[in-house]
Design a protein around this ligand. Structure first.
Ligand code: TXA
Ligand code: MG
Length: 345
């Protein structure tokens, strides 16, 4: 199968592919998704196969309105409603209780009692959902275990030949996946995956929320199945450097003495201060420390440096941030890519 690249003028064609049970990757403000009809179990099976995704990891359902969610859930609480009103379309996914008759195909193993819903902030994708008049499953459109795709080219590199088409809308703005919040237990809304929308922003709207203990202590089992897998990983080893410029110098010296090719993923400010070192490759995440820019560039940077290091015994040194609420999404993805490994001298 030849994977086609679609643009705005091809929305009708893309919707036809979806209605016929095919796979179309769609753009969102977070990362590219791998779209299929969420009510068609054969199509959804193809999504798992194309990604090589573990079958016990359920998929997010993408909708174009709150009314679309109402068709599948047993009820929408006031708090869930307030979150949708405030943050949709946008990078927030809500886990809600499914109604008994909901005919969604979102897991290849268990019959789930809940499902994750999200309304992405991308006009092409909202038109695709409206035109096909179907909810779409949409895991990130990467090969399972690779960094999530933030451009159509990333999707093409991972899935060419395995899916019918990619709807290209340039670079994703946010760059990491949505914040996931479990709203299925009314008394304790719980953040299962950190993203661009922070705990504080959510608490301003609905009051206190919990945070899955796994996110602060990785020895605790995560409540969200997808969070247990090593994820977002390039092939090269990734080490987080979160100290002073001297720590960067120590880290570079150390890995050079191990005969490793060193690649740097950092702000321009850090890179400039290291200009007396020759490193094998580098990728700039931001001008100065700036977590929004770092988030936007993180997955692209990991993919680019991985390509640069191909065939070499290389190491990626990546810029860490303090683990504040605002930085949590970035650090969560980086720690997964690095398997939690920090450089400490
Ligand atoms: O930004 C995003 O959310 C992107 C774009 C494409 O929308 N999508 C995405 O999907 O990241 P995916 O499938 O890669 O991640 C879905 C996450 C997984 O960690 C999964 O385990 C969790 O949501 N999840 C889905 N349904 C769930 C459920 N019913 N209960 C708990 N966790 C669930
Ligand atoms: Mg994913």
């Amino acid at each position: 199968m030849e994977t086609k690249i679609y643009h705005q003028e091809d929305i009708k064609q893309a919707a036809r592919v979806i209605k016929q049970g095919g796979l179309v990757s769609f753009p969102t403000e977070t990362v590219y998704g791998l779209g299929a009809d969420a009510t068609n179990s054969k199509a959804v099976k193809k999504v798992y196969a194309a990604k090589g995704r573990p079958s016990d990891n359920p998929l997010i359902v993408h909708v174009a309105s709150k009314e679309m969610v109402a068709q599948y859930v047993s009820g929408i609480s006031d708090k869930a409603n307030q979150l949708m009103e405030t943050f949709w379309p946008g990078p927030l996914t809500l886990i809600l209780p499914l109604s008994e008759e909901a005919n969604l195909s979102i897991s290849m193993t268990d019959q789930l009692e809940t499902a994750a819903f999200r309304m992405p902030n991308n006009d092409l994708t909202l038109s695709l959902i409206r035109e096909s008049n179907l909810p779409l499953v949409g895991p990130s459109a990467n090969t399972s275990g690779k960094p999530s795709p933030t451009t159509a080219t990333h999707v093409f590199n991972d899935l060419n030949g395995k899916i019918e088409a990619i709807l290209d809308d340039g670079e994703c703005e946010v760059g990491i996946e949505s914040t996931v919040i479990d709203m299925s237990q009314l008394d304790k809304p719980t953040i299962l995956r950190p993203g661009a929308i922070t705990k504080e922003e959510i608490e301003k709207i609905i009051g206190e929320v919990l945070i899955d203990t796994h996110l602060v202590d990785d020895k605790q089992a995560p409540k969200s199945p997808g969070m247990k897998y090593k994820h977002y990983s390039p092939d090269a080893e990734v080490i987080i450097v979160d100290g002073s410029i001297n720590d960067w110098r120590h880290a570079i010296n150390y890995y050079k003495s191990q005969q490793k090719k060193v690649a740097i993923l950092s702000s321009q400010a850090i890179y400039d201060e290291l200009d007396d070192y020759s490193v094998f490759a580098h990728y700039i995440l931001s001008e100065n420390k700036d977590v929004k820019s770092a988030m936007h560039h993180l997955f692209s940077g990991l993919r680019q440096l991985d390509a640069d290091l191909l065939g070499h015994d290389g190491i990626i040194l990546a810029e860490g941030y303090d683990e504040t609420s605002e930085n949590m999404g970035y650090m969560n993805r980086l720690k997964k890519a690095a398997n939690q490994t920090f450089f400490r001298k």
